[in-house]
Design a protein around this ligand. Structure first.
Ligand code: SF4
Length: 253
């Protein structure tokens, strides 16, 4: 299986809302594997999966790997990932025998500091995520007709109404969400049943893991995403949420 190169084949004709509704209705009761197989048959090779190596992402990588589905996989390599996340990335590649592409932002962390000041994530996390995640993601998604995500309905209020297939208004392509109906328990049952590698930080109080500077452990009883951008109103990277206008960057203190 070569899941590395995105195809240069012509883009699909625009998808109507009626078509999307029909797909979402048909796929609502289907398993994540069924949905991935359907997506591969419908969109591959102009189909990609963007993973941040969370537990849900590891489930999808496992399904894609074990069933050899022709789905490109990449991760947004912000330059600020935990060492444990980098190690997991390598372990998954070794386990399934394919490359998970790293997609880097235009500026290195040092270049960003030189241009916008050190530790931008503390002063303007929206701007930092825009440059290090959203713009690189947009660049990748411009090359495909559909992308797979690992979102679940019970993760955030914004994700509660997610469908198995929907139009991604932010990136103007089809979004396929195979795990929307699954619970956190379902995800962990799958990982343990199939002995899928996962991030050891999950066993140390980090249920949701992003960039090192913006992720902290959660206390018992806290929401799973409470450790993301702690102390800031921000709750999403901007990859799945609504379009957020990015204002000017505050000067470093
Ligand atoms: S999660 Fe934090 S460090 Fe990473 S891109 Fe967003 S603001 Fe920057």
């Amino acid at each position: 299986m070569d899941n590395r190169a995105l195809s240069a084949t012509a883009a699909l004709a625009p998808v109507s809302q009626d078509q999307l509704t029909e797909w979402a209705t048909d796929l609502e009761g289907r398993s994540p594997l069924d949905i991935l197989q359907w997506a591969a048959g419908r969109f591959s090779p102009r189909l990609t999966f963007a993973t941040g190596f969370g537990p849900e992402g590891c489930v999808l990588i496992d399904l894609i790997g074990r069933h050899q589905l022709p789905i490109d996989i990449f991760t947004l390599d912000t330059g600020l990932l935990f060492p444990e996340t980098r190690d997991l990335w390598s372990r998954l590649e070794q386990r399934y025998g394919f490359t998970i592409r790293g997609v880097a932002p235009e500026l290195s962390v040092d270049e960003q500091a030189a241009l916008h000041g050190d530790r931008l994530w503390e002063r303007a996390p929206e701007r930092c995520c825009e440059m290090r995640k959203v713009i690189p993601l947009r660049r990748e998604l411009q090359q495909v007709d559909a992308w797979v995500t690992a979102i679940r309905r019970d993760q955030t209020a914004h994700r509660a109404n997610a469908l198995t297939t929907e139009w991604d208004k932010k990136f103007d392509i089809v979004k396929v969400n195979p795990l929307v109906r699954w619970s956190k328990k379902d995800v962990w049952a799958h990982l343990l049943r199939h002995d899928v590698p996962y991030n050891p930080l999950h066993d140390k109080g980090f249920p949701s893991i992003g960039c090192g500077p913006c992720t902290s452990a959660v206390k018992p009883g806290e929401d799973d995403r409470a450790g993301r951008w702690r102390g800031n109103a921000k709750t999403e990277c901007g990859l799945h949420g609504p379009v957020i206008p990015v204002t000017s960057v505050p000067e470093p203190a």
